[in-house]
Design a protein around this ligand. Structure first.
Ligand SMILES: Nc1ncnc2c1ncn2[C@@H]1O[C@H](COP(=O)(O)OP(=O)(O)OP(=O)(O)O)[C@@H](O)[C@H]1O
Length: 450
């Protein structure tokens, strides 16, 4: 039985979660504060942690980082009441498995818990000898996509180091894999390393390997990712996160084509093509002295930028259909499309989490849809709030700080969902919502619910 630690200060909600997860045969321990939760984690044995973003003594991000420093492999899911998806995206970059917004939808929670326990997200590094074929991806028909693929086609056959820039979730790893596939190294290994998830101490040993006894915990020899990628391509995601000392070693590995495992005198010859990705401005990091200039020039033999989803308007339809079809397959559903309201919401939203966000939103919508078409109830409420904000400001959506608007949107969604559950029996719905019938009628009128 998998064991889950829930860190949540809202007592009622944490009990609901506990009951729900126990019903699904998980063992659950509750903690109501950040520090207490980390303590419980270090003295227990847990397969998964669910942590609220706003705790009385810490943020979910702080708690997640502490848990990751104790056990980097344990998946952590962040629960947030706020519509600030940017915070959630940051949490994912920092190592969270996934985020889930409140009010938590039980089916969605269960799906994410199952995925986390199966560890579907990639680990710190991932080696693939047979990379995914292009058939499993969307190429896109927009001018931006065509240009991107033209660059890929030009640079792939060379041995040049490539820097791929782009916002989080735009598909930088997909581009790196495509370059590898189209290169003469395609029969060799493609190794992806998420430098953002590497602790300072771990980075050198992960990249260059170590020998038994090199440091506490090095109980056996470890082959580094450079050696694993020998003959093939090494993809360093979030390369800007590497410490200065590791940057020095990386430069040597690239210049001299030699790596030295931590704690060893042995020098190993390697032949590796390096592709890096970043969503920081590396040049700015060079200016600030955080990233070595010589290394930057070595990595920057060719630079390309993956456009954000906002810039690829003409591809959205194709991505929507692709992600819907994959979600149908994965969840055993048969959703054939999106209604006009949903389409217009998707068109107005600014997708700060790019393709990753679109993929998640579509998968959640497919999961929650019982009929053939996705309707607005299956779309996360924070998207409505973000669009409202966007319309009010007449510019791309900023993080939503208008809590009142957000609460109203969430309240509306909850009423619609409860009415459905109660088969439109208003007395029953009012009872479930713990309000009287009159209040329910007033709210239905306010929100235009028929
Ligand atoms: N062309 C594509 N077709 C279909 N799915 C895609 C495509 N590009 C990316 N994806 C999907 O979008 C998600 C994000 O892609 P990816 O991990 O490559 O982005 P990224 O820019 O490397 O993200 P990060 O900045 O967080 O590392 C993944 O689930 C990936 O499978």
């Amino acid at each position: 039985m998998a064991s889950i630690l829930v860190i949540e200060d809202d007592l009622t909600f944490s009990r609901i979660l506990e009951g729900f997860l126990k019903k699904h045969k998980y063992s659950v321990q509750l903690s109501h504060k950040g520090k207490e939760g980390v303590k419980a984690f270090s003295s227990g044995s847990f397969d998964l942690v669910l942590v609220d973003y706003r705790l009385p003594d810490a943020t979910g991000m702080d708690v997640m980082l502490e848990i990751k420093s104790i056990s980097p492999e344990t998946p952590v899911i962040i629960m947030t009441s706020f519509s600030d998806i940017r915070t959630a995206v940051k949490a994912i970059k920092a190592g969270a498995f996934e985020y889930i917004t409140k009010p938590v939808n039980p089916d969605e929670l269960l799906m994410i818990v199952l995925q986390a326990l199966k560890k579907e997200k990639r680990n710190i590094s991932e080696v693939s000898v047979a990379p995914v074929t292009n058939g499993a991806f969307v190429q896109g028909k927009s001018v931006q996509s065509e240009q991107l693929h033209e660059y890929i086609r030009l640079v792939a056959p060379t041995d040049m180091s490539v820097i791929i820039e782009g916002e989080s979730g735009t598909g930088k790893e997909y581009v790196a894999r495509t370059i590898h596939q189209q290169s003469k190294r395609s029969k060799q290994t493609f190794v992806a390393v998420d430098c953002g998830a590497l602790s300072k101490d771990l980075a050198a040993s992960e990249l260059f390997g170590h020998v038994k006894g090199a440091f506490t915990g090095a109980s056996q020899d470890k082959t580094g990712q450079f050696e694993m990628a020998n003959g093939g391509t090494l993809f360093l995601d979030e390369v800007g996160n590497l410490s200065y000392e590791v940057q020095v070693k990386l430069l040597r590995a690239i210049q001299e084509r030699i790596v030295q495992p931590v704690g060893s005198n042995k020098e190993i010859r390697v032949d590796v093509r390096i592709i890096t990705a970043t969503n920081d401005d590396l040049q700015e990091s060079v200016r600030k002295g955080q990233f070595r200039e010589d290394l930057y020039h070595r990595l920057n033999e060719f630079k390309m930028r993956v456009p954000s989803l906002r810039e690829r308007h003409d591809d959205v339809e194709e991505f929507l259909n692709f992600f819907r079809t994959s979600a149908n397959k994965e969840l055993g559903k048969n959703v054939i499309g999106f209604d006009d309201e949903v389409r217009s919401i998707f068109a107005s939203y600014d997708w700060p989490g790019n393709l990753r966000e679109l993929k998640n939103v579509v998968k959640r919508a497919v999961l929650l849809t019982t009929g053939e078409l996705v309707h607005a109830e299956a779309i996360p409420s924070e998207m409505f709030a973000a669009i409202k904000e966007l319309e009010a400001k007449g510019k791309p959506a900023a993080p939503v700080y208008d809590l009142k608007a957000l609460q109203e949107v969430q309240e509306r969604e909850m009423i619609v969902r409860t009415l459905k559950e109660a088969r439109y029996n208003k007395s029953k719905a009012a009872r479930i919502l713990n309000i009287d019938r009159k209040t329910l009628y007033l709210k239905m009128e306010k929100y235009g619910i028929e």
